[in-house]
Design a binder for this molecule. Structure first.
Ligand code: NAD
Ligand code: UGA
Length: 356
């Protein structure tokens, strides 16, 4: 197939591009950056277009027309941006993504849209715990694609603009699907991590996701900061497992993914952010016996302090992956500790290389 991979230079996009080329597809990769796919740029089946989809000269229509399948990964995907520039998030994650979807409608192309587990928002237990017999029951945090209600915070907690923009885009794709105008598949990733996730904070002006903050703290012996106490929980998913599931969605044998939504995540890898910090410290200590290296302290900071006003958090989210299991025969394999070891080694090697 000739596949248009939008956002191919990002974390997920770079791993996906590598897999698509391995599977002998022809890939047209679009991104503002190419560092993460640098080693693939000379591949004979890859055409890299360095471009900004917001630019008026960007030839979206032509690229969609010439492809057999469109994969859309482009978005602002770090919570710091949701708080600092909510309008930017809306413009890119909804307006610009909608143009991609509409080009697919016009040219009758299948679209795989990366959405987010953030559409589910918070759990009932996060604000209603006094009325629940067992607020810790995982039933309150187990989110399934076609049944779970979405719970977002108030408008003035503008972190939720990311979730709302992703949700609205999903609803528009569904509406096009209902009218028979678009064959889409929506993917809701649950905290993928692995080599190439984000960057170490010092390398860039922005603010990456938690793994990179903790990794930088370990390398530079700075404090590991727990936002609002660190009791929030996430299920970390290995990028390799995630790409395997995504590839099965791309194959779409028998059309089983047509107009469907899939969670991709590792329910067994649930961890609180406080435990994540401790686990990363333990792995660092056990794997790298560095003389004179003291492990960083773990401190608490408020969300307002860390991100700015307007931050609120998802307290807990566990993917229900029954659909991916039954329809795609997919099962995540990589456990949390191994996943952290692999990802930490990747960033430690880069850090050492840069400091030599
Ligand atoms: P990422 O930031 O690494 O990748 C996004 C890519 O889009 C970047 O390479 C960026 O340069 C590119 N991009 C941004 N604006 C662009 C523009 N105007 N023109 C061209 N390219 C542009 O993020 P990621 O983690 O790889 O996420 C990919 C997608 O998956 C996003 O839609 C994100 O919301 C979604 N998602 C990811 C996760 C995860 O666990 N990583 C979780 C939930 C949702
Ligand atoms: C992420 C992003 O919204 C998207 O990438 C994506 O949609 C989704 O979740 C996902 O990856 O599935 P979140 O998990 O909140 O959101 O992103 P992180 O920045 O990695 O934060 C995780 C948790 O760690 C949050 O509770 C945050 O407050 C906390 N945190 C973050 C810290 O305690 N310390 C830090 O230094 C950074």
């Amino acid at each position: 197939m000739r596949i248009l991979n939008l956002g191919a230079g990002g974390f997920i996009g770079s791993h996906l591009t590598e897999r698509l080329l391995k599977e002998k597809h022809s890939v047209v990769a679009v991104d503002i950056h190419s560092d993460k796919i640098r080693e693939l740029l000379n591949h004979c089946e890859l055409t890299f277009i360095e471009g900004d989809i917001r630019h008026p000269d960007f030839q979206l229509d032509k690229l969609v027309k010439e492809s057999d399948l469109v994969i859309d990964l482009i978005a602002h995907a770090n919570p710091s941006i949701y708080v600092k520039s909510p309008l930017e998030v809306f413009r890119l994650n909804f307006n610009e993504n909608l143009k991609i979807a509409e080009a697919c409608v016009y040219h009758k192309k299948r679209l795989i849209q990366f959405s987010s587990c953030e559409v589910y928002g918070k759990t009932v237990a996060s604000f209603f715990s006094d009325h629940l017999t067992d607020p810790e029951d995982s039933v309150f945090a187990r989110f399934s694609e076609d049944h779970t209600n979405f719970i977002l915070g108030p408008v003035k907690k503008h972190r939720w603009i990311y979730s709302a923009a992703k949700q609205l885009l999903e609803r528009v794709l569904h509406a096009y699907g209902l009218e028979g105008q678009l064959n889409y598949t929506i993917i809701r990733p649950f905290n993928f991590i692995g080599p190439k996730i984000d960057y170490l904070p010092d390398e860039n002006d922005g603010s990456p996701r938690v793994f990179s903050h903790f990794m930088e703290a370990l390398l530079e012996q700075k404090p590991m900061k727990l936002v609002d106490g660190g009791a929030q929980r996430r299920c970390y998913t290995a990028i390799e497992d995630a790409i395997e599931c995504t590839y099965r969605i791309i194959e779409n044998h028998g059309g089983v993914c047509n107009c469907e939504i899939f969670n991709i995540g590792s329910p067994e890898n649930e961890v609180s952010i406080r435990s994540l910090a401790k686990l990363m410290r333990k792995i660092y200590h056990n794997s790298y016996d560095v003389p004179n290296h003291t492990l960083p302290e773990i401190i608490e900071v408020s969300g307002d302090e860390f991100y700015g006003k307007g931050y609120e958090d998802s307290d807990r989210r566990i993917p229900d992956i029954t659909k991916a299991r039954t329809i795609l025969g997919w099962e995540p394999e990589c456990g949390l500790e191994k996943l952290l070891e692999i990802t930490m080694k990747y960033y430690r090697d880069i850090y050492l290389e840069n400091s030599n």
